[in-house]
Ligand binder design. Structure first.
Ligand SMILES: Nc1nc2c(ncn2[C@@H]2O[C@H](COP(=O)(O)OP(=O)(O)OP(=O)(O)O)[C@@H](O)[C@H]2O)c(=O)[nH]1
Length: 672
């Protein structure tokens, strides 16, 4: 006989506390008692002497009810951090499946990589949050999981995610071992004093070497090999132990429920109907719908229109308490109002800043202009919506005689820039022109007239078009980075060759084990932003890895390299380069442009120059229509006449030549 008990009735019997009712549901001492005090159970009784109690998983509605009254002690906030492709999103999938947040075998992979650009490129570019419930030793826990990106260009996403966490799952691929981004992310977590759960992934792969990787983790991070969990995120092996370890090792949030409401905005995005949505981490007190909140940065007041929790789909909840993560809509309109890193509190209550998160400083700058000035407003609105979702991008108004009004955007790397532009196109239908990206150089001016204009004797410049004449400059400085490279010893020669070619200076070299080496190099930032990572990967069959940190400015000698098409300078293509690289860069650029610019009705001369000195030149021949095709036999003079007419027509056309340069040329020309 199966009896199903009404949840409402059981809740009443348990004094309205679903959790205590749930606990009793698990006791199996007497059939009568279990039947009368159990929530969500079906009891199979009578058939056997020993009654069997079957616990049914709580429904979504019950879980959300649990959410509202979840004590802080049963909340864990953690991020999954790792090097690129070590399996973070796959592990997140398994955790979501295991906890019932998504259906098993739904055929969807990397569920949290929901952006089109993430699916197309197979990489995570945005950290994504999911609140999941898991029962451990009879108690239900709320786990806020954040899947972070692994690529160095999106490290801002990792830092902002860690601001809302008390611990991390440090995932390491059992085949590739510890990589440069593993080291960088581990130190980021340690700086914030977060608990670390070390996990080895991909143990199902035949040539995986988990013991060796554990030894490397011991050497580099001092992690005891016995503490390292071994899982296969793909097959699901050992994944439940990860959840158990998260609950046991990561401390509950250090928050106060009794004090006034205070929360950190750690992500935001734009919704067509509701405006800017803010993902918040509540540090103190409680927030409920229709309360008025105030931004600490702007002092503006907003009514809370809706509150929801991400599971990973949005589920409305009546309120959020300290320690919880949730999404609020409150009529904020743009990135000037919804600021990632800002603190919100209740209206007219004093509050201090909630978190120590501040976005990373961009290192690569590029001009972004509408292809047609009539699209200026649409592009501005698209950029504004995008920076709401990507707080690492900086925007300044810019203008160019050739391209009109636009913006100068700052990014964390070339991939970041490419992804941003791809998202502008895919998510907002904008197709801007992007100028050659550049780092910020520092110039000490010598010309008193220039100094008077600038008001100071140094000038920071990232736009090559504004590079002053050489006689105005006393000293040039360029930004450096301290790079960490981990490579198998087999490729050490090629990797050192690449670093030397990129003007790198070796600082140290340590053998991690017999097969791998960790090297530190000081490199000019301009030499690594474009294709250093790709070259490193391809020369080491994908095994070497690279991460970097700021290393200040260094004296240098720079020149401005101009590109002329049929004698006219193309401002978008001019670049600032080190003097020792000018000729080789000039040669590469003209050859690349010859490939990238399609043949047109006129001949195109491509020249790379410093001032009036031409360093390299290539020509793209014009299309030639076969005007003699219709002739059959006949006199040769007739043929000559037609060709002469064609040549005259072309001469005329060249005078009005308007060369079409495809949009993507401006980025692709820089890839070697
Ligand atoms: N054999 C095997 N493959 C795995 C395992 N976990 C992940 N993979 C594969 O590794 C690749 C990368 O997995 P992702 O989950 O996208 O890696 P990620 O760390 O999220 O990548 P980024 O976010 O771009 O840094 C995918 O092809 C996965 O199928 C595993 O346990 N075993």
């Amino acid at each position: 006989m199966i009896r199903t008990i009404s949840i409402r009735w059981l809740l009443q019997r348990a004094g309205g506390n679903p959790h205590s009712a749930w606990l009793v549901a698990r006791s199996r001492d007497s059939p009568a008692r279990s039947l009368s005090t159990t929530i969500g159970v079906k009891a199979e009784a009578a058939k056997t002497e020993e009654p069997v109690t079957k616990v049914v998983e709580p429904s979504q509605a019950e879980l959300l009810r649990e959410f509202s009254c979840m004590p802080v002690q049963r909340i864990r906030n953690f991020s999954i951090i790792a090097h690129v492709d070590h399996g973070k999103s796959t592990l997140a999938d398994r955790l979501l499946e295991l906890t019932g947040a998504i259906a098993r075998n739904a055929g969807q992979h990397q569920v949290l990589d929901s952006l089109q650009v993430e699916r197309e490129r197979g990489i995570t570019v945005k950290a994504q949050t999911a609140s999941i419930f898991h029962r451990h030793k009879g108690q239900l826990y709320l786990l806020n999981l954040i899947d972070t990106p692994g690529h160095v260009d999106f490290s801002n996403e990792v830092s902002r995610s860690l601001a809302a966490c008390d611990g991390v799952v440090l995932l390491v691929d059992a085949c590739h071992g510890v990589q440069a981004q593993t080291v960088a992310n581990y130190h980021l977590a340690k700086q914030r004093q977060l608990a670390v759960v070390p996990v080895l992934n991909k143990i199902d792969i035949k040539h995986a070497n988990p013991d060796q990787v554990c030894q490397d983790m011991k050497l580099l991070f001092g992690i005891d090999p016995n503490e390292v969990l071994r899982v296969s995120a793909k097959l699901g092996t050992g994944v439940s132990e990860v959840l158990e370890r998260v609950i046991e090792t990561i401390p509950p949030p250090q928050v106060q429920r009794e004090s006034d409401f205070r929360a950190l905005i750690f992500d935001s995005w734009f919704d067509k109907y509701r405006g800017a949505l803010n993902l918040i981490y509540v540090l103190n007190g409680k927030l409920e719908q229709n309360q008025d909140i105030q931004s600490l940065a702007t002092k503006k007041v907003y009514p809370v229109k809706s509150i929801s929790v991400l599971r990973p789909a949005e589920c409305p909840v009546p309120g959020l308490s300290a320690g919880q993560v949730g999404l609020i809509a409150c009529n904020m309109r743009n990135s000037k109002e919804s600021i990632v890193g800002d603190t919100i509190h209740l209206k007219n209550q004093a509050a201090s800043a909630a978190g120590s998160y501040s976005p990373q400083q961009p290192i690569v700058f590029a001009g972004v202009f509408p292809a047609d000035q009539s699209k200026h407003v649409a592009l501005r609105s698209a950029i504004d919506k995008m920076i709401l979702n990507d707080s690492a991008v900086t925007v300044k108004v810019d203008s160019s005689p050739a391209l009109g009004q636009g913006w100068r955007l700052g990014f964390l790397g070339l991939l970041h820039m490419e992804v941003f532009c791809q998202r502008l196109e895919q998510e907002h239908g904008a197709e801007p022109i992007i100028t050659a990206p550049s780092v910020t150089y520092r110039l000490v001016l010598s010309n008193p007239k220039m100094i008077r204009q600038q008001g100071r004797d140094t000038m920071d410049i990232s736009n090559a078009a504004l590079f002053p004449e050489p006689h105005c400059i006393k000293e040039y400085y360029e930004p450096l980075v301290l790079g960490t490279i981990i490579t198998p010893t087999d490729y050490v020669g090629q990797v050192i060759g690449l670093c030397v070619e990129r003007r790198g200076l070796q600082q140290s070299s340590v053998n991690i084990d017999e097969t791998r080496i960790l090297m530190k190099y000081v490199l000019p930032l301009s030499e690594i932003i474009l294709d250093f990572h790709d070259r490193l990967k391809s020369m080491s069959s994908g095994y070497a890895s690279f991460s970097y940190e700021d290393h200040g400015y260094h004296l240098s000698h720079l020149v401005r390299l101009d590109i002329h098409l049929n004698g006219k300078p193309v401002e978008e293509l001019c670049r600032i380069v080190h003097v020792s690289k000018a000729t080789s860069v000039a040669r590469q650029m003209v050859l690349k442009l010859r490939e990238l610019i399609p043949k047109q009705m006129v001949q195109i001369a491509i020249q790379a120059c410093i001032g009036s000195k031409v360093l390299a030149r290539e020509t793209i021949k014009a299309y030639r229509k076969d005007v003699t095709a219709k002739l059959y036999g006949g006199d040769v003079t007739r043929r000559m006449k037609l060709l002469k007419q064609q040549a005259e027509g072309k001469k005329k056309m060249r005078m009005f030549a308007n060369i079409r340069v495809p949009h993507e040329t401006f980025i692709n020309v820089l890839k070697r």
